[in-house]
Design a protein around this ligand. Sequence first.
Ligand code: HSE
Length: 306
Amino acid sequence: MDQIKIFSPATVANVSCGFDVLGFCLDTIGDEMIIKKTSQKGITISKIDGYKLPFETENNVAGVSALALYNDANPDFGFDIEIYKKIKPGSGIGSSSASAAGSVFAMNELLGRPYNKTQLTNFAMKGEALASHCEHADNLAPALFGGFTLVKSLAPLKVLQLPTPNELFAVVIHPQIEIKTSESRAILPQEVPLKNAITQWSNVGSLVHALHTEDYSLLSASLEDVIVEPHRSKLIPHFEKVKQTALKHGALGCGISGSGPSVFSLCKGEVIAKKVKDAIQNVYSQTGIDFEIHLSKINTEGIKIL
Ligand code: HSE
């Protein structure tokens, strides 16, 4: 096999209470990439379609993660990357992760799968760090492993795959403004009150238990973020209105997707998810801010070969 085409999905990081550790994978939104073996050694990027991003390998998220794997594998040929970007950079649904995870996933396939998913996540973290100025894997892990994931630790990297309840659907609204992850991290406090920490870790624990037991009402009660959301929600126009609308129409919970501006709602069943989507769409149409809205089943497979 000399070339491969892949779908690299969008992801929702944090999932309200799990800042930097929890994430899940979406189904209907993602980038496509074509990776080819080349006789010339090294990594090149020959095509970027959809958004304006750097072509220099060491300035491009997909290029940096590709280099991390390439330098480790040291093959006697090179790779060329084509990126068909559908996920807008700065959208809060793992645009940089899709690129970073996509290149290493595809190269691993072309090399005959010498690396496991944890090793691929480690390489991809180098690319993700270029975009957000810090290493985190809460978008990368769901993109590579699929479903819900929890990043237990970064060094050594340990990713836990959590079960995905069957009837879970996500609605994601993406107001068409850009929030840079590095900037929305910079506004967060470095210390949190003990009272809030207690609420937050009780929510993370019960969310994990809810996923294992398919307990939708416990899941709903756990989708609460008392640490990050109060700060970041100020950056997202009409966040409270979206959240109240989602909850009123039956969503289990609603929160900021990654570092925003996208906002996710989790719903039990497609019928409720459609109602929530229509209601949010109605409300946001009146704000004068352009937006896209997606309904997606949770993608339990992650990145896939097309
Ligand atoms: N956990 C990261 C953050 C995800 O919220 O900053 C960024 O996409």
